[in-house]
Ligand binder design. Structure first.
Ligand code: FES
Length: 322
């Protein structure tokens, strides 16, 4: 793309790239206009300047604190977005970003006592918020627990020296790390746990474990980043989906979205916002009954032709897809 589009209005230039860990890089971007965002939010990034391929990445920088807008990206094998951003994109290149999105932010939450829990790359919004809290709520009591596979996987290792943090390493724990995984004992050692606002980001099973256990320990203000969606196992019965090109038949239980049906059957589909906003999951339904909760990016003509946003499409019966 050489021109801004409504979806990607922000053109940013790569100022420098820093390797954080063996498989994570931070891209520092210069935006020539003021880019409005809140600590902890994410943006959609156009991959290879395509208007159709986009991926969501947390803005790991902090408004009012960081010199650059930063994206911190883990390279995933065969990940179209992360491979490109961490291998091919170079200093001086331009990226196109959407407006900042997401509600996983701390500026609107009770912030006198917080516990921020992160695992792996889930630390990116946590660091963004930690800096924001240091600047804007300097008296807040903020505890951080950061779980990694091994000490070499600590993202923002130098910067964490500025903040109190409990590091938990599953493998090769060295001095300064608690060995193993996040445990009930670690949670119970957090002073005033039940009085804290708890926010967590990481793989879905990790966040589910955190949610269950902090709630059992009396936490009532709990927030998790909904950006990471677990992919369900493929069903063998239920609603039947017939895709014509290339031909494939698959099933999904009643009550799932079309996006979940596609993903659980490894049918290629783009998805970023998962909320009917970005338009990346546009899919054509040729026949069948369904309801939709968003048509935000679709034209009237596209809707007439059966195009839906898969994340916002709720099949009511068997569907035939283009
Ligand atoms: S994933 Fe963004 S509209 Fe469906």
């Amino acid at each position: 793309m050489t021109m801004p589009t409504p979806q990607y209005p922000w053109r940013m230039q790569v100022h420098h790239i820093r390797q954080e860990t063996p498989d994570v890089w931070t891209l520092s971007l210069l935006c020539h206009d003021a880019y409005p965002y809140r600590a902890g939010q994410y943006a959609l990034v156009s991959i290879r300047d395509s208007a159709d391929t986009l991926r969501a990445y947390t803005l790991s920088s902090t408004p009012g604190v960081s010199e650059f807008i930063t994206l911190t990206v883990r390279r995933i094998d065969d990940g179209a977005g992360s491979e490109w951003l961490t291998r091919d994109v170079k200093r001086g290149d331009y990226l196109w970003l959407s407006d900042a999105q997401g509600e996983f932010t701390c500026d609107d939450k009770p912030a006198d006592k917080l516990l921020l829990l992160a695992a792996g790359c889930g630390v990116t919004p946590v660091m963004s918020m930690r800096r924001w809290l240091a600047k804007n709520r300097p008296d807040a009591d903020v505890q951080v627990i950061f779980s990694v596979r091994s000490p070499q996987d600590v993202i923002f290792a130098d910067e964490w020296r500025n903040y109190p943090v409990t590091m938990v390493a599953e493998n090769n724990a060295t001095h300064g790390f608690v060995a193993g995984r996040l445990s009930l004992a670690i949670l119970e050692s957090v002073p005033d746990l039940a009085a804290r606002t708890v926010m967590t980001c990481g793989p879905a099973p990790y966040m589910a474990w955190v949610e269950e256990n902090v709630k059992q320990l009396g936490v009532t203000r709990f927030y998790k980043e909904k950006f990471f969606t677990p992919v369900a196992k493929a069903a063998t019965s239920g609603l039947k989906f017939t895709r014509l090109q290339p031909a494939k038949e698959f099933y999904a239980p009643v009550g799932t979205t079309l996006l979940e049906a596609l993903e659980s059957n490894t049918v290629p589909v783009n998805a970023a916002c998962r909320a009917g906003v970005c338009g990346s999951c546009k899919t054509q339904v040729l026949s069948g009954e369904y309801t939709v909760t968003s048509t935000m990016t679709l034209t009237a003509e596209e809707q007439k032709q059966g195009y839906v946003l898969a994340c916002s499409c709720h099949p009511q019966g068997d569907l035939v897809l283009a």
